[in-house]
Design a protein around this ligand. Structure first.
Ligand code: ADP
Ligand code: 2DT
Ligand code: MG
Length: 216
């Protein structure tokens, strides 16, 4: 048989506020791609299992304090430490689904309103990381999110912070290419079907013989 040109996998990012349904939808997307016979992997950020991830986990649980800039750079480092393995998976044909990425990274840090931590400052360490082929933003109103359960105990899980995060996500995604806004206030199945259709369309239309791009 004739050798096929190597088709790379896609890099798919899922973003959104707390309880928008990111983790549920990532799992469902992984299962649906798997059933269609595509090699697929699901990862999440922060990855709390690495040494850097353990520092992040302790900070999020409120067990430790970190300077705003310092914790920002640790979240970014937590992506850089697996960037090469993501690129390798994708080059070998595996589609990688990512639960939160650089967009959460810049938005949560800038939402702290620290005068020396702007969105622009926050974006710099993200430059050069693997660039998603598509970013699905799961959009949900505060009222709908509240119906899915109250705030947890982690840092950032409070109303003023979530309101600033919501505004900054809008600012960031207005400027960003390759974003698809998904109304995440509907049923799990409706959301899943729209995500599947959007991802199929992305995979069909991307140039799978060109290498993965980088964030700039
Ligand atoms: P996230 O990862 O964005 O924080 P999860 O996927 O963990 O969100 O979902 C948060 C909660 O809301 C879970 O209890 C989940 O079962 C529920 N949930 C997720 N999607 C929906 C939906 N479309 N409608 C109603 N409840 C949902
Ligand atoms: P989860 O509840 O999804 O585990 O998120 N965060 C996340 C940042 O502040 N910077 C980042 O770079 C990333 C990826 C968002 C844990 C919290 O961590 C925040 C919520
Ligand atoms: Mg989640």
């Amino acid at each position: 048989s004739q050798a096929q040109p190597t088709r790379r996998g896609a890099l798919i990012v899922v973003e959104g506020l707390d309880r928008a349904g990111k983790s549920s939808q990532c799992e469902m997307l992984r299962d649906s791609l798997w059933q269609k016979g595509s090699p697929v992997k699901y990862i999440r950020f922060p990855d709390r299992t690495t040494p850097i991830g353990k520092l992040i986990d302790s900070y999020l649980r409120g067990s430790s304090h970190q300077d705003d800039h310092s914790i920002h750079l640790l979240f970014s480092a937590n992506r850089w430490e697996v960037a090469k393995s993501i690129e390798d998976e994708i080059a070998s044909g595996t589609t990688v689904i990512v639960d939160r990425y650089s967009y959460s990274g810049v938005v949560y840090s800038a939402a702290k309103a620290n005068p020396t931590l702007s969105l622009e400052w926050a974006w710099q360490p993200e430059i050069g990381l693997p660039r998603p082929d598509i970013c699905l933003f799961l959009s949900i109103s505060p009222e709908e999110a509240a119906k899915r359960g109250g705030f947890g105990v982690e840092r950032y899980e409070n109303e003023p912070m979530q309101t600033r995060v919501r505004q900054l996500f809008s600012t960031v995604f207005e400027r960003q290419e390759d974003v698809s806004i998904i109304d995440a206030g509907r049923s799990i199945t409706e959301v899943a079907l729209q995500i599947q259709a959007t991802v199929s369309d992305c995979i069909e239309h991307m140039d799978a013989t060109a290498p993965l791009r980088k964030l700039e």
